[in-house]
Design a protein around this ligand. Sequence first.
Ligand code: C2E
Ligand code: CA
Ligand code: CA
Ligand code: CA
Length: 282
Amino acid sequence: ARREGRNHIEFYSPTAWLQARRRLEIEHALRGALEQEEFSLAYQPLIDLADGGVCGMEALLRWHHPELGPCAPGEFIEIAEATGDIVAIGEWVLREACRQAAAWDASGLRFGRMSVNVSAVQLRDPGFTQRVLLACADTGWSTARLELEITESALLLDTDALWECFGALQSAGVALAVDDFGTGFSSLSYLSRFPVGRLKIDRSFIAGLAASDGTGRAVEVTRAIIQLGKALRMQVLAEGVESNEDERLLREYGCDEVQGYLHSRPLAPREMVRWLQARALS
Ligand code: C2E
Ligand code: CA
Ligand code: CA
Ligand code: CA
C-alpha cells in the first residue's frame, strides 16, 4: 500500500475492498433489475390490539438477482438511494402494492389499509404527489386506504415543497406514518407541523421488552413514545413483536397496533392469501 494517507491504507484492507466490490456489483445489477422483473413484494399483516383483527398490510420489497445471491432491502435500498434508482423502484413498489391491494379487495379479502415505504429521495422528486394519486387512480385503490411510511430523516428536509406535498396527500386522504420512530436524531418539532397520523416504534426498542421483564431503558423509551403519540392524538404501532409477552406489555402500555413474527413473517402474495383465509375461518 502507498502511504499517502489513512484512506489509502483503509482502501487496501481486504474487507473494505470486498465491501466496495459488492457495492459496485449491486449498483450495476440494480440498473437492469426493474426491466428484468427481478423485484417482488412481500406482505406483513398489521394487527389491531383492540380486537386482534388485521388492520393493514405493509409491502416490503424483495429482490431476486440470478447471480448476486440473497440481497436484503437493508443492503440495496441505501445503494439505490445513492444512485437515484430508488425513484423508479419506489414507484414500481407503490403501483404494485396498490394493484395487489385492489385485486385482493375485489376478491373479498379483508385486510384494511395498504402501507408502503417511501424513501426521502422519492419525496424530493417534485412529481411525487401526482404519482401517488395516479397510482391509486390507475389501480382503483382508494387513497383513503393507502398509507405512506416515511422515516424521520426524510422529515428533516422540512421544506416548503415537502409541506405542499404532504398537504396535497392529506387532502386526498392518504395517511402518513413516521417509520423507525426514535432512531433518527431529530428535534420533534416536525410532529406538530406535518400531518402525521401514526408513529411506528422501531424494532430495536421492542427487541428488549420481554427480556427486560418490564424494566430497563427500552421499556421506558417505548412507553414514552406511546404516551407522546397519545398526547398528539396519533396512533402508535410497534414493529418486531416476536412474543406473546412483548404483545402483552405493549397492550398494557396502550399501544394501538403491532406487527411482527408473532403474527406472521412477511409473506409472498399467495401465502398471504392463504394466511388471510385461514384467519377469517378461525
Ligand atoms: P422497516 O420499514 O422498518 O420494515 C420492517 C422490517 O422488519 C422488515 O425487514 C421486516 O421483515 C422486519 N420484521 C418484521 N417483523 C419482525 C420481527 O418480528 N422480527 C424481526 N427480527 N424482524 C421483523 P425487511 O423486509 O428486510 O426490510 C428492511 C427495511 O428496508 C425496511 O425496514 C425498510 O426501511 C426498507 N424497505 C423495505 N421495503 C422497502 C421499499 O419498498 N421502499 C423503501 N424505501 N424501503 C423499503
Ligand atoms: Ca416500514
Ligand atoms: Ca424503515
Ligand atoms: Ca424499523
